[in-house]
Design a protein around this ligand. Structure first.
Ligand SMILES: Nc1nc2c(c(=O)[nH]1)N[C@H]1C(S)=C(S)[C@@H](COP(=O)(O)O)O[C@H]1N2
Ligand SMILES: [Mo]
Length: 406
């Protein structure tokens, strides 16, 4: 019989130092046992997320915010949703990280070290709205498979990095380039090294926008591991799946990138509207590009009670994919009439815009405050639900909060 060794005193001491307190009964731990506290994520920190964040799935990790947690103008890490298709890479060698540019339409394949990327190209910082294509999926009927996001799969953090266009200019791309596709270091759920959890991308035109970054900082610090440290593609205003985390290779393609989750029905909606529940063949599904106009009331939290005669200040954010939001309205009568909110200009293109309003209620009772953004082309958010689609993407219905006046 194999002898079972207990953990050494010295090991126990260093474990206690990592955990930050005495490990009572630590003498009973067998050698080789991994404390839960040292596993991914640290259960005491949960990726440093706010305690009110909602875990939708832990394999892979999918965690969403609630509207009131997104009240900051620039989203802090603690309130940023997490969407993983695979497993967070375990051993990141961030000092020796490299990025390879290859593909049919690169003039000459080339590999850059992360130091080279940081020192050779100019740095830019932008606030960028990133929303999961499936945000709001939970409201569709018939329901769509996948994470049942409510409203919290969106964030607008401040990202610092180099412009993808500067890099593409440096490496040289051929005239027939139409798309870029990213490849990343995360691990497929099956742990099969030949499978990628996700490999999406964007047309060259989106890749060449000033705001499309290869980022290495988020909110002024190293990007947290779960959000893509040490290198992340950030393409604001498009489905967040375009913003590849842990990027180590970018392919310049002479056709639409055909990586994992680019093909079939992934991140696609019917090219023409369909009836709820209708079957749609893959050929009739079109890739989602710019996200639709949307907004979120981040204060107060739904369920607030106010005293009769007092006015209520509301605030939140609005965004419109590639476009700007030009008007923001609220309703307290279930959408029968609308009043204007104050609306700020974005900090930069593709950043969400802040709105506020002071609301007076006519008498005691139950109300709902509905918020509606209108983009620069005059398109407004639908009041309750947009067109149904098989995968439950692009629900940009008006956000609504419940209020009682007592
Ligand atoms: N490498 C890699 N990049 C990825 C993903 C992933 O699973 N792996 N998920 C994508 C999807 S679907 C979304 S919604 C966003 C989520 O970004 P976040 O976790 O930083 O909020 O990352 C995108 N980039
Ligand atoms: Mo996503």
């Amino acid at each position: 019989m194999k002898r079972r060794n207990f953990i050494k005193k010295t090991t126990l001491g260093s474990l206690a130092a990592i955990v930050g307190t005495e490990i009572v009964f630590g003498n009973n731990i067998l050698e080789g046992y991994q404390l839960l506290a040292l596993q991914d994520p640290d259960p005491f920190k949960m990726f440093d997320k706010h305690k009110e964040m909602i875990v939708l799935n832990d394999k892979p990790w999918n965690i969403e915010a609630q509207a009131h947690l997104l009240d900051d103008k620039i989203t802090p890490n603690s309130a940023m949703f997490i969407r993983n298709n695979g497993l967070v890479p375990e051993s990141i060698d961030d000092k020796n990280w490299t990025l390879t540019i290859d593909g049919e339409s690169v003039k000459k394949q080339r590999t850059y070290t992360i130091q080279e990327l940081k020192s050779k190209f100019k740095h830019y910082t932008y606030q960028l709205t990133i929303e999961c294509g499936g945000n709001g999926r939970s409201e569709f009927s018939p329901p769509a498979k996948g994470n049942q996001w409510t409203v919290g799969a969106v964030h607008c953090a401040s990202w610092t990095g180099i412009r993808l266009k500067d890099l593409l200019e440096d490496v040289g791309i051929k005239n027939d380039a139409v798309y870029i596709g990213y490849h990343s270091a995360d691990v497929h759920l099956s742990r099969d090294p030949n499978k990628e959890p996700i490999s999406r991308g964007a047309p060259i035109s989106k890749s060449l926008q000033d705001e499309t970054l290869l980022a290495f900082k988020m909110n002024g610090k190293d990007i947290p591991l779960v959000h893509g440290h040490p290198l992340r593609l950030v393409a604001g205003g498009w489905p967040a799946s375009v913003s590849g985390k842990w990027v180590n290779r970018i392919s310049i393609r002479n056709k639409v990138h055909d990586g994992e989750k680019m093909i079939g029905s992934s991140y696609r909606v019917p090219c023409e509207p369909v009836a709820p529940g209708e079957k749609v063949s893959d050929e009739d599904m079109c890739i989602i590009e710019s996200m639709p106009v949307k907004s979120l009331i981040t204060y107060p939290k739904t369920g607030a009670t106010i005293e009769e005669g007092k006015s209520l200040n509301i605030r939140g954010h609005a965004w419109a994919g590639e476009l700007e939001v030009s008007k923001m309205e609220y309703s307290i009568d279930f959408g029968a009439t609308w009043k204007n909110c104050n609306l700020e200009a974005p900090a930069n293109r593709l950043a969400w815009q802040h709105f506020s309003a002071t609301i007076n209620f006519p008498k005691k009772g139950y109300y709902e405050v509905w918020a509606k953004a209108i983009d620069s082309q005059g398109t407004a958010q639908p009041m309750l639900l947009p067109g149904w689609n098989p995968k439950g993407y692009l629900n940009n219905a008006c956000h609504r909060i419940a209020i009682k006046v007592k």
